[in-house]
Design a protein around this ligand. Sequence first.
Ligand code: GLN
Length: 392
Amino acid sequence: MPKLSDRVNTFTDSVIRRMTRISDEYGAINLSQGFPDFDPPKAILDALAKTAYEGPHQYSITFGAENFREALARKQGKAIGREINPETEIVVTCGGTEAMMSAMMTICNPGDKVMVFSPFYENYGADAILSGAEPIYIPLVPPTYEFDINLVEEGFKAGAKAIIVCNPSNPCGKVFTREELTAIGELAVKYDGFVVTDEVYEHMVYAPNEHVCMASLPGMYEHTITCNSLSKTYSITGWRLGYLIGPEEVIEGAKKVHDFLTVGAAAPLQEAAVVGLNFPESYYEDLLALYTKKREHFLNGLDEIGLKHNVPQGTYFVMIDIQEFLDLPQFAGYTDLEFCEWMIKNIGVAAVPGSSFFREDVNNLIRLHFAREEKTIDEALSRLKKMKELLK
Ligand code: GLN
């Protein structure tokens, strides 16, 4: 067998997505990979049905169908607080995943340093490897997930080209405050670096926290590449619709990368999703109300059981501390991954081991999500209660 590239030997498959496969194999309740188990809005489904017969079914413009980009420019222009040119400042991608990969490929030369907060969404590790960038990790310290801004300055001083900011943060649910974003932004300007944001959970930010777009801060548009997606906002994770927004020069580069990576996102799905992008404000308010309720329900359930957890300020993820289990003789020597596998097989609930998000040696946290119908959450909680009973 001829040899494969060195590149593919430097990272594993995604543990998040692997957990879904194991969960499916054992028929567990899948609270690992984050995606909803409920339908997208009916208006989007109706538009999809109509598109099935009326098209388009051929390629859209490589960097996104015109009506899709125009609708995006209107919606995200409001969030960013400026007019976005749909011709020159947007690239539509196959999911937020391709948006981030294209951003990294657009700005990084092999050997360039990029700062990544740890814990981080595991894709960023592979994005760095595939784009040749060398990550510098900035700890977000549990349980509050605060960070030391001096480390960000040191990173820029060490030559970092960019910093990736996932806001709200997957997996820890941190919502960066305006002050934190301003401080990061000021350093990016001072050292002439980029901020690459991942804002896919922008509409899941729980009061009193507020979502602030990095690109909306004074002077930051020119330094920010905003990566985003429709997956979570419209419950269409399988449609793989994402996008990049940024200054013209950056987007010009990203358009080329995207063109040769994937040519384009699915044309019929872009057409159907335009309806969603044009939804009134009330849609986003209702979505937030729905997730606020789910969050409260899930966190209350965890409290009743007595499982230790963080309180996410945003996203639909919760980190649970499993140290009390790892201290039991039957789990002696277990890694968090082994514990998650045990959970799937014996408890019937799938989680993601925290070690797949942390650079640091963290083995006592697992991530669960609550983007599930209430009855599914209730069933998961009753199974977790049984797990807790092991401690008695
Ligand atoms: N963002 C989701 C998660 O962290 C999954 C995204 C994906 O698998 N592409 O679980």
